[in-house]
Design a protein around this ligand. Structure first.
Ligand code: GLY
Ligand code: MN
Length: 463
């Protein structure tokens, strides 16, 4: 975990922003797969990790702002636990490492919160995202589970987002640690992918790399020769020469900071001429977008810049025609680029998304569009130093979507549908890096993973 000062100063800042009330932090519980004692891999709640650092189940924390008290609630290990899990430090010792001296049994929390609420004090909660959290909050707040959401505090959400959006040096180091492992995952995949292999053979090996070197993957690995399926989590296809493999993966550092990197490479080790053309359009769009990143620029404008680069490239390839601004303004390009350019990243791979996408990526100045494609952009607002954002443009040939639009005669003046028939088995290409916004511009984090056609082919051929 980080130094105790980190956790204390994070909580001090939160107390200053919230000013009054009780801030409640339900840590995560173990989550059963098929019977209570057989659980999924435990992942602590990211807000709990951010303010209290303790990476274990069944803890709750409370900050009582007016009385300046910070407490952790949980039950100490019993002899029974020691028999099954080995000796453990006491909860008091662990809490001391994050600057908390007030440690109490879980049973005391309900009395403390319910009497404060009865006295009319404000209890701040963040949006729960697991059923079990809602049930715990419902008993603490003495209300039915369906009314728990009335305690969700916009002030709390905004205060947490303001803090977690700006990464400190020690957080960047964690993200860099996650990148080191992720680079090994990407480079291993480039070297090992081969015709005849099942995607699962490679996906399993990459997950093993993440587990060996870090806390595991930051999200389920996307590895597919059907890259046109944006988040394809099945790994059943057999790789063939001529296929492009999209690999979107990331490791999580020991303290649970994410990496999120996508590369697309040829199974055979050599791109075809047609694949090279589309690849370079995506790469140019990604480089132009990264280049434009600096404090004060709206990320929505950078998304639109990438959309323009993609449009220009597809016009040269003969798949789009007409005026570039018209195409981007009316959303024609989203046939090929139907998702957002990127999202914040940190303790969550889509950082803080559980607090509400629009709180993270939008504000009074920049509103979310409802246009197809642009509506999926998670981050639109102005960049600020310390933010870490993914930059992940793509071009996809989605047969069902192309045929639907053609049948509906959509954007007939802008799309060369006849030529598109040659691309129905092309798949998709996405290229993604994670970028830190600095005072003077930006820095690509990690940055040593092959990306140009020459670099990718060279690595793929080092079998
Ligand atoms: N890496 C998956 C995503 O960004 O949604
Ligand atoms: Mn991403």
């Amino acid at each position: 975990m980080f130094n105790v000062k980190t956790y204390k100063s994070r909580r001090d800042k939160l107390k200053k922003s919230l000013k009054k009330g009780l801030a409640l932090f339900p840590g995560n519980e173990e989550c059963p797969m098929n019977y209570p004692a057989n659980t999924y891999h435990f992942r602590q709640d990211s807000n709990f990790l951010y303010y209290f650092g303790l990476d274990e189940p069944s803890l709750m924390a409370l900050i009582d702002i007016e009385n300046d008290r910070e407490m952790i609630f949980g039950n100490d290990v019993t002899m029974e636990d020691i028999i099954w899990m080995g000796p453990q430090p006491s909860l008091r010792d662990k809490a001391g490492q994050v600057g908390i001296n007030d440690v109490r049994p879980g049973s005391q929390l309900i009395e403390m919160v319910s009497s404060a609420v009865k006295q009319g004090r404000k209890a701040h909660i963040l949006p729960p995202y697991r059923g079990r959290q809602s049930l715990i909050l419902s008993s603490l707040l003495v209300c039915p589970p369906e009314l728990v959401k009335s305690f969700i505090s916009e002030d709390f959400i905004k205060a947490v987002i303001a803090q977690r959006s700006i990464k400190t040096k020690e957080e960047i180091e964690q993200i860099e640690e996650a990148h080191k492992i992720t680079a090994v995952m990407q480079i291993t995949a480039m070297k090992k992918a081969a015709a005849g292999m099942i995607e699962a053979d490679l996906a399993g090996e990459l997950e093993g790399i993440a587990l060996k070197g870090s806390a595991g993957v930051s999200f389920p690995i996307i590895l597919s020769v059907h890259g046109e399926i944006l988040h394809n989590h099945s790994h059943d296809n057999i790789m063939k020469n001529g296929d492009l493999l999209v690999l979107d993966c990331g490791a999580e550092s020991r303290l649970h900071y994410a990496a999120d990197i996508t590369r697309t490479f040829p199974v055979s080790g050599k791109f075809s001429a047609k694949q090279k053309t589309i690849y370079n359009i995506v790469l140019n769009a990604q480089l132009a977008a990264i280049n434009a990143m600096k404090p004060g620029v709206n990320y929505k404008d950078i998304h639109l810049l990438a959309a323009k680069e993609i449009t220009e490239g597809l016009k040269v390839a003969g798949l789009l025609k007409g005026n570039t601004d018209d195409i981007v303004n009316n959303g024609t390009h989203a046939l090929f680029f139907p998702h957002g350019l990127g999202h914040m990243m940190g303790l969550d791979v889509h950082d803080m998304e559980g607090l509400g996408e629009d709180y993270i990526g939008y504000n009074d100045k920049v509103k979310r569009s409802d246009q197809f494609g642009l509506a999926y952009l998670r981050m639109g607002k102005a960049l600020a130093p310390g933010m870490v954002i993914t930059v992940e443009p793509g071009i996809y040939f989605i047969p069902a979507l192309i045929h639907k639009w053609r049948t509906e005669n959509r954007f007939m003046d802008f799309i060369n549908y006849d030529k598109l028939e040659d691309y129905m088995d092309f798949g998709g290409i996405r290229i993604e890096d994670d970028v830190l916004v600095t005072e003077s511009g930006h820095r690509v984090i990690g940055g040593k993973i092959p990306k140009t056609i020459a670099e990718v082919e060279k690595t793929c051929q080092e079998k």
